[in-house]
Design a protein around this ligand. Structure first.
Ligand code: NAI
Ligand code: MG
Length: 478
């Protein structure tokens, strides 16, 4: 079938990325070869080409990183808030200055469309550093009449869906609150965190305040079981989150967990339907659906179901799937072969459960990991595709008649991270934001992020808040 749009390719050049063939560990302000002697490859999921070799931190390396962070803590903590803020501002400005390079690397390493890394990931990462830089000398105002203290060393483990942004969410508040950190990016997307380490080195930040080490789950487990960190901060799967919670309890450490989600995006019959359709598309197909707060369960009021469905399918037909480096691309590559396998398995499960699948016709590139935007109708509340996190471009659609019914259905999930409500009526918005068990509820919009606004979940979505003033509390004792 013909695409509605026929746009000529507009590829961003990869030249600016200036990647090294091999990356070492950033420990104590130096690039150190891993004592483990091991390296792993990071590839471009859009064409399977190797981008670089990256060090795998073993137990001696993890130990060295935490010792560096421990030694750096006292002098860093003694600096005035204003002095700490200057360094954080400098990092923010340097990310802005090199934003194009960061965007290109983010898209090469993780497969997300350059339009998203350029317009969302990188500017938001810089915004988080700017925002928390501003708090560094005002912490006492955030906690009036409380005696606040830094925590010490934090171990921070981040996922592959928003690599630089998650590094910013973790590092910026930790530094503003006078702590030092050891951060590990995910094994499929380590490159922007390593670029950030280069900036941190150039910024003159005292050595050891930020240590960035690479590796997979084993390295992560070594970090969370280490005795030095007093705080564990994790974003990723609920399964790993539970292990980290256990390690935090056993080691008597503070912990914040940002885990999965299965958000309800709710469309009432009085909603602005065209805007809502854009919101549905953005809710589930943004970043290939690799979004913990993705609007993966759509609830449409029965009277507008046919209209919404037909407009949604038409809009899906116009989505451009392909080269992440093309500025026209809407849906890039699935982050890894393993994640693609998971998504394909869920699509198979959906069909076997009796749901009806729709995918637009479009050509997919030959190499790399790709999945068409997908929706399922005729979905039952008990279906696995309506209950479990898929973390891909797969939408499960259900209908409802009354407000009470949709509140019950929306809350019938082990998760509680986010939700969306589309209606013309403010009273309905307030009713739903009170009734939905979700950390974030968007009204007549979706997937909007801002450093001033706290983010986090209930139930199996984890606990603790990142962002805003709440995000400071996670890095202080008071
Ligand atoms: P994961 O939870 O295994 O990976 C996230 C991070 O945790 C990575 O840096 C990884 O190296 C690290 N890690 C893995 N095992 C660890 C351990 N035992 N101790 C400490 N750190 C460990 O996520 P994965 O396997 O890549 O994805 C599986 C599913 O998790 C996805 O399909 C999705 O449903 C969910 N997920 C949710 C994310 C979110 O933002 N909430 C992000 C990534 C995945
Ligand atoms: Mg990669």
């Amino acid at each position: 079938m013909d695409n509605h749009w026929n746009l000529s390719p507009a590829a961003e050049s990869a030249e600016i990325a200036k990647l090294k063939p091999k990356y070492e560990l950033f420990i104590n302000g130096n690039w150190q070869e891993p004592k483990s002697k091991k390296y792993f490859k990071t590839i471009n999921p859009a064409n399977e080409a190797m981008l670089a070799k990256v060090a795998e931190a073993g137990s001696e390396d993890v130990d060295a990183a935490f010792k560096a962070a421990e030694t750096a803590f006292k002098p860093w903590n003694k600096l005035s808030g204003a002095e700490r803020g200057k360094y954080i501002y400098r990092i923010a400005r340097m990310i802005q200055e090199r934003s194009r390079e960061f965007a290109v690397i983010e898209s090469l390493d993780g497969g997300k469309p350059i339009r998203e890394s350029r317009d969302i990931d990188i500017p938001l990462a810089a915004a988080h550093f700017f925002y928390y830089a501003g708090w560094a000398d005002k912490l006492q105002y955030a906690f009036p009449n409380k005696k606040i203290q830094s925590i010490g060393v934090a171990a921070q483990i981040i996922p592959w869906n928003f690599p630089l942004l998650m590094a910013a969410w973790k590092i910026a508040p930790a530094l503003a609150c006078g702590n030092t950190v050891v951060l590990k990016p995910a094994e499929t997307t380590p490159l922007t965190a390593l670029k950030l380490a280069e900036i941190i080195e150039e910024s003159g930040l005292p050595k050891g305040v930020v240590n960035i080490i690479t590796g997979a789950g084993e390295t992560g487990a070594l970090m969370t079981n280490h005795s030095i960190p007093k705080k564990l901060a994790f974003t990723g799967s609920t399964e790993v989150g539970k292990k980290i919670y256990k390690a935090a309890l056993e080691g008597n450490k503070k912990v914040t967990l940002e885990l999965g989600g299965k958000a309800a995006n709710i469309i009432f019959d009085d909603a602005p339907i065209d805007a809502a359709v854009e919101g549905i598309i953005n809710g589930i197909y943004f970043n290939q659906g690799h979004v913990c707060c993705a609007g993966s369960r759509l609830f449409v009021q029965e009277s507008v179901y046919e209209e919404v469905l037909s407009k949604l399918k038409k809009r899906m037909d116009s989505l451009i799937v392909g080269d992440p480096m093309d500025k026209n691309t809407d849906i890039g590559a699935i982050n890894s072969a393993a994640q693609l396998k998971t998504i394909e398995e869920y699509i198979k499960i959906g069909k076997e459960e009796g749901a009806e699948m729709y995918q637009p016709e479009c050509d997919l590139p030959k190499n790399g990991n790709w999945c068409k935007p997908t929706l399922f109708t005729n979905v039952a509340q008990s279906n696995r595709i309506a209950q479990e996190e898929i973390f891909g471009p797969v939408l499960a659609i259900q209908t409802f008649r009354t407000i009470d019914e949709v509140i019950d259905k929306a809350n019938n999930t082990p998760y509680g991270l986010s939700a969306g409500v589309w209606t013309d009526k403010g009273s309905k918005i307030f009713q739903l934001t009170q009734a939905l068990n979700a950390g974030v509820v968007w009204a007549n919009t979706y997937n909007k992020f801002d450093p001033t606004s706290p983010f986090g979940g209930y139930k199996e979505s984890g606990f603790g808040r990142e962002g805003g003033v709440h995000g400071l509390g996670a890095y202080l004792k008071y």
